[in-house]
Write a protein that binds this ligand. Structure first.
Ligand code: GLU
Length: 469
């Protein structure tokens, strides 16, 4: 039997990191089993779906390595509507489903309570189809439904506690529970790997499989992803969109590695491992049952390590979208014609060790491309003290006559200027750095000045000097 798994997102918003994790787990499982990964877009909630969300899912999957063309699909649930209706009709015709026109108030008037379920009133009343008549599944009165779950063992549900649930609405449209089952069935899905939040649906869905006469799939419900307060990650409260991480400059390799560590770890005490190790070693049945903490700080540190591990040429390439502005990434503060690829290449290795997300490249190198630096006024006020004007004058004079404009000569020259005033190099550097880059922190100063060149360095130092008059 060929293993067939599917990832079945609903395109109702940005692509959630939890969804990305399920997609990767499905992807790896299929690969390990020599199986097939199917992508199905569950787009039947017309009011909440938007085509751009679907496009966002496809491109985000592509970004983390589930590339277009390397899986089956995407299929669209809406295209299968005929099958959903046919299955509902089959269930009705075989006596496994019946029509019901009860409102919640009707049920509560009968049960006299706040009971939220359904009391089975129409089970044997033979109501026919009609506007407002929902179709309900007749759940067995006895016995248990045993779900085979690769992570959870065999969760067992008592059938008598499962209400006769709705499978098609009063307007005849099948609900998610049924559509999802029918699609899995028609697509020959053998393993359903999905988030734990769907576990309450599973016994109902398994009953539908059985009633439709098909052997149910094997399930695997992976634990939810939570924030530092152990709350389920939410779109409204937490940063959950994979696209947001991508645009901030997380590397796909770091992101997908980190996502796979949510609730699982490779052998040994390792976290940063090649993707091939994760593909070999990942085991669904080793996934923890407890919810997984999505630790953004850890992810960021992780990303920094991935950035530092890149060959410089790849790092330079990886930075391009932030240097030139591209797609949903904000354009940099300089004009395209101000960008100088050689100057960037000259400082790239220095920047590479200092940033943890690629978007941080911009404030680190903007001084190289802007006609005049963006001055951080707070940094200016903190740095420019009594004596800074004279210090700048002396530094300008020394730099003007410097024989060779290189980092080493710049350093020894400025060191000497400071020493004459009894200042250590750190104190001497600070006003020069603020004058030239606008900031108190950044790339190593003397390498920066070397790349910026004599003329621009001196112009900026003189301009700062004038401000201090
Ligand atoms: N469309 C459902 C969701 O996004 C998928 C449910 C499933 O994987 O079975 O939650």
């Amino acid at each position: 039997m060929t293993v067939r798994v599917r990832f079945a997102p609903s395109p109702t918003g940005m692509f959630h990191v939890g969804g990305a994790r399920s997609a990767l787990q499905n992807w790896i499982y299929a690969k390990q089993q020599g199986g097939v990964f199917v992508l199905r877009i569950e787009d039947t909630d017309a009011a909440r779906n938007k085509p751009e969300w679907t496009e966002g899912i496809l491109s985000a999957l592509d970004w983390i390595g589930i590339s277009r063309g390397s899986y089956e699909g995407p299929y669209f649930q809406s295209a299968n509507a005929g099958e959903h209706r046919a299955a509902a009709a089959r269930l009705h015709d075989s006596g496994r489903a019946y029509y019901c026109d009860c409102t919640r108030e009707d049920v509560q008037a009968r049960t006299g309570s706040q009971y939220q379920g359904y009391d089975g009133y129409h089970r044997d009343r033979g109501l026919g189809p009609g506007p407002g008549h929902a179709l309900r599944f007749r759940t067995p009165d006895e016995g248990v439904t045993v779900v085979v779950d690769l992570i959870r063992g065999e969760p067992t549900f008592e059938n008598k506690l499962i209400e006769d649930f709705v499978i098609a609405r009063g307007d005849g449209s099948p609900v998610f529970l049924l559509a999802n089952v029918v699609d899995d069935m028609t697509m020959g899905i053998t393993h359903v790997i999905r988030a734990e939040e769907h576990l309450p649906n599973t016994p109902k869905q398994q009953l539908l499989w059985e009633a439709l006469g098909v052997k149910p799939p094997i399930w695997a419900h992976v634990p939810v992803v939570v924030n530092e307060k152990r709350q389920k990650l939410s779109k409204r409260r937490d940063k959950v969109a994979l696209e947001a991480y991508r645009d901030e400059g997380y590397l796909a390799g770091a992101m997908r590695n980190y996502l796979m560590l949510l609730g699982w770890a490779p052998s040994g005490d390792r976290e940063i491992v090649p993707w091939s190790v994760i593909e070999d070693e990942f085991r669904l049945d080793e996934v923890n049952l407890s919810s997984a903490f999505f630790d953004e700080k850890k992810l960021r540190a992780f990303n920094g390590e991935y950035i530092r591990a890149l060959p410089v040429a790849e790092f330079i390439d990886a930075c391009q979208p932030w240097l030139t502005g591209s797609g949903t990434i904000a354009p940099p503060p300089w004009q395209p014609e101000e960008f100088d690829a050689d100057a960037f290449a000259a400082v790239a290795a220095l920047a590479q060790t200092r940033i943890t997300v690629l978007s941080e490249i911009v404030p680190n190198v903007d001084f190289l491309f802007l006609a005049s630096p963006l001055i951080d006024e707070a940094a200016w006020a903190k740095t420019m003290k009594d004596g800074s004007a004279e210090l700048l004058d002396a530094a300008v004079a020394a730099f003007e006559t410097l024989e060779s404009w290189d980092a080493e000569s710049l350093k020894s020259t400025l060191e000497a200027v400071g020493a004459e005033r009894g200042l250590k190099l750190g104190k001497t550097q600070a006003p020069v750095r603020v004058a030239v880059t606008g900031r108190t922190v950044g790339l190593p100063l003397f390498e920066s000045l070397e790349v910026l060149g004599r003329e621009r360095t001196l112009t900026r130092m003189r301009a700062a000097r004038l401000r201090l008059v």
